[in-house]
Ligand binder design. Sequence first.
Ligand code: GLY
Length: 365
Amino acid sequence: MSERDAGARTVRVETSSRAYDVVVGAGVLDATGRIAREAAGGERCCVVTDSNVEALYAARVERSLAEAGYDVAERLAFPAGERSKTISTLGELLEGLARRELTRSDVVIALGGGVTGDMAGLAAALYLRGVRVVQVPTSLLAMVDSSVGGKTAVDLSAGKNLVGAFWQPSAVVADVRCLETIDHRLFTDSCGEVVKHAVLADGALLDELVAAPLNARDVDEARLVDVVARNVAIKRDVVSADERESGVRQTLNLGHTIGHAIEAASEFTLGHGSCVAAGLCMIARASERLGWCSGETRERIERCVIAHGLPTGCELPTEMLMHYMAHDKKRRGDGVNVIVPVEVGRCEVRRVSLDDLRQIVELGR
Ligand code: GLY
């Protein structure tokens, strides 16, 4: 690491398909080339990014890649936003990689937020039946969640992330200085996933977040590095144990069963993290009433959500939420797995019927 990267943290992720480092630091963007070269090798690489991030960071990352000895192909950029996360854009990316003559030993650099990471990751998984990808997340949500663990996807008109693959990156480079340019509302929204991780596995982090909530305006770099690295370590522990989400990885969906329904019912006008926060509080309140968790656990969760200015519930009618939960891609047969916060640091997967789920939503209000 250079002097500017002092204080960077490396979290090693070991899954059954690949082991890789997640480097979290302030200024590590300029080390992308070296990290990619050491982790992925190859001769040629291509940066895939969106129109917003391209203007901010693409040239810098490409310089770092060229300095590390890569033959840097002309970048591929698509219009920023979830609307671009389609089979059609994916097709354009694949055609673009072919036109740039990337070979099996070459590397895709996914530079951007969750949409870019998911879509560039899927393009890498499919192109030539799989080429290496280095994830360079530039949003808080992508740093703490989507860039780690190998889930890649695009949306269909029937729902989000309905086409995808598990394709682990060769490395992840998370530069918290990229968060300086992030929209404050987006930063706050992403805190929903940070709170979720703390509830899953790190009670001390939860208490710290209550005492000093994350705020895009005044959070210092060292603290951001610490919080992001701890979130990555939490996710690492889960995906290392269950890469394909057949067991414990389902706990990462804490707050998501109801949260996804709120998100879809709001026609995606509410942010993902805000919906997860609301879903988290609703399952906590229902769990307390059903005797699955204590009032103290419910209160700790709500306190942290409130401290970040995130919603603790929603006004949408139960039947509307039920419609979306009944069509959720995670539904299995005629039941749904909900994640119950038994206590901070211990969550369980419980299978419930749709009727039980209706009761949970009502009790969670
Ligand atoms: N975001 C949940 C997971 O990666 O499994």
